[in-house]
Design a protein around this ligand. Structure first.
Ligand SMILES: [Zn+2]
Length: 286
């Protein structure tokens, strides 16, 4: 199950802290576990933003275009840059219920998705390309106000969601299989990375699930089980963070939805299809 851990990224998460005592405990653990290279300044800001400061690591991320950037990996599947962390403000305050980020895709009705198929380490396998097609079809079959246009190739535009293999982030199959981020400026997050383990060993239904999940983050979805991460066999909450956590009316709410594509981890027998409440949420937001 651990190898089916999904998500990622950027902001997938959050931790708020409903439980003050947990927060304190996490901070104490962090002192023991974190690399010294993470400054107190950054750690303090991460804590202030209600992310879990426990286990934060720094990673040099190389984008597919060759640019390198040092990023902080937070809560297992969120990446944020130093600038993002230090410039982030708590806007709107902390809310106790949520399932999406504050930001949604509002600046466009058409989202282009490019499945990268270059003949190099970044290229998606044939199975992953199939899974991506299934995932995009699942979005478009909901007849949302946003439409996804998928192409498979090696060129992409600045606002396209580029889906590719990046084994540098989590080469360990026991860690997150995919990483993404949250929308900004009304546009989707533009990178979905999956590791090579997912790319080469998972079924097209696993990849359908994984890629629908990561694209869900790119358009503003938080984890359905953000408050427990119980699908990962954990009992922790991700908190709220400055990305916000906004409850979507009509969805399962506390108690969760075992079949949601947007749970933090997914079962080995997933069929990759939306749950009832996933559809409610998608159609409410878009
Ligand atoms: Zn996720």
């Amino acid at each position: 199950m651990r190898n089916l851990k999904i998500c990622a990224v950027v902001v997938c998460t959050v931790l708020l802290s409903i439980f003050t005592s947990c927060e304190k405990e996490s901070s104490e653990n962090f002192v023991n576990e974190s690399p010294r290279s993470i400054s107190k300044e950054v750690l303090a800001k991460i804590t202030k933003l209600n992310y879990n400061p426990n286990g934060v690591t720094k990673q040099m991320i190389t984008d597919i275009d060759g640019t390198k950037k040092e990023m902080y990996l937070i809560e297992d599947d969120i990446i944020m840059s130093y600038d993002q962390i230090m410039s982030a403000d708590l806007h709107g305050g902390i809310q106790s219920k949520q399932y999406r980020t504050t930001n949604l895709v509002t600046a466009t009705n058409v989202i282009r998705v490019v499945g990268y198929n270059g003949n190099n380490q970044y290229g998606l396998s044939a199975t992953a390309q199939t899974g991506l097609r299934y995932a995009i079809d699942n979005y478009n079959n909901e007849n949302l106000s946003i439409r996804f246009e998928l192409s498979i190739g090696t060129s992409w535009g600045p606002n396209d969601i580029l889906v590719y293999v990046d084994n540098s982030i989590n080469p360990n199959p026991n860690q997150s299989s995919g990483i993404a981020g949250f929308p900004s400026n009304g546009l989707p997050f533009t990178r979905v990375r999956i590791n090579n383990g997912a790319n080469t060993t998972q079924t097209n239904q696993h990849l359908e699930h994984l890629l629908a999940h990561e694209i869900g983050h790119c358009i503003g979805f938080r984890h359905t089980d953000w408050d427990t991460r119980k699908t990962c066999g954990e009992n922790s909450n991700e908190g709220v963070s400055n990305d916000g956590l906004v409850y979507i009316p009509g969805t399962a709410g506390p108690g969760g939805d075992a079949n949601s594509i947007m749970n933090a981890c997914y079962p080995a027998n997933t069929d990759g299809e939306w749950s009832h409440y996933d559809r409610v949420a998608l159609n409410y937001l878009y």
